[in-house]
Design a protein around this ligand. Structure first.
Ligand code: COA
Length: 166
C-alpha cells in the first residue's frame, strides 16, 4: 500500500480519468447510475465537468490511476449543506487493501466547512462497498427499490448517510 499515492484530479488527468470511468461502467454496470454506452459517447468536456464539479480523488500506482471516488454539492441554495459521494471504484488487481476507505477519508477531509452531511448509495448485496462505508461511519437510512435497471434487470439501492456533527 505504501507505493499508492492519493491526490485530487485536475484537468490534466482527463484522458486517464475517462479510461478508468469507462472501465468501471463497463465492468460493473449495476454499481453506477451512468451507463457505459451513454458515457462512451461523451467528449472531454463532459469528463472535465465531472472533475471540476466538486472534486474527484484518485489513487495512483506510479502514474496510473487505480481507484477513484468523487463528491459534489447539489445545485440549489437550500442544498448547500449536503454532499454526495459517487463513482467509488478500485481496479480488481488493487482490491483488498482498503484503498476505497482511504479515498473516502481523503474526501471527508476535503469537504467544505459548510457541509453537514454526506450521502451515498450502494447496490443491495455489494458487501465490499457497504463494509467500507460502514467502517467510514456511514449508516443506512433507506432502500430504493428498482433504483437501477440494467438490460431489463432491476437492482435495489441502499441509501447511506454520514452526519459530520456541524
Ligand atoms: C467496492 C470496492 C470499491 C472496494 O474495494 P476495496 O477498497 O479494495 O475494498 P476491500 O477489498 O479492501 O474490502 C473492503 C471491506 O469489505 C470486505 N469485503 C471485501 N469483499 C467482500 C465480500 N465479497 N463479502 C464480504 N465482505 C467483503 C473486506 O474484508 C474489507 O473489510 P475490512 O476492512 O473489515 O477488512 C471494489 O470492490 C470495487 O471497485 N468494486 C466494483 C465497483 C463497485 O462496486 N463500486 C462501489 C459502488 S457503490
Amino acid at each position: 500500500m505504501s507505493k499508492i499515492k492519493i491526490r485530487q484530479l485536475t484537468d490534466n488527468d482527463v484522458s486517464a480519468y475517462r479510461h478508468i470511468r469507462l472501465q468501471m461502467l463497463n465492468n460493473h454496470p449495476e454499481a453506477y447510475a451512468d451507463s457505459y454506452k451513454e458515457t462512451k459517447r461523451q467528449g472531454d468536456d463532459f469528463f472535465l465537468h465531472r472533475i471540476n464539479n466538486g472534486a474527484i480523488f484518485a489513487a495512483f500506482d506510479k502514474n496510473e490511476i487505480v481507484a477513484t471516488t468523487g463528491f459534489f454539492v447539489p445545485k440549489g441554495e437550500q442544498l448547500q449543506h449536503k454532499s454526495m459521494i459517487w463513482g467509488v471504484y478500485v481496479k480488481p488487481e488493487f482490491r483488498g487493501q482498503g484503498i476505497s476507505y482511504d479515498l473516502l477519508q481523503e474526501i471527508l477531509t476535503h469537504l467544505p466547512e459548510s457541509i453537514s452531511l454526506v450521502q451515498l448509495c450502494v447496490v443491495e448485496g455489494n458487501e465490499a462497498a457497504e463494509n467500507t462505508y460502514v467502517k467510514a461511519g456511514f449508516e443506512p437510512w433507506g432502500l430504493e427499490e428498482k433504483a437501477i435497471c440494467v438490460d431489463g434487470r432491476f437492482y435495489n439501492e441502499k441509501h447511506m448517510v454520514k452526519f459530520l456533527g456541524r
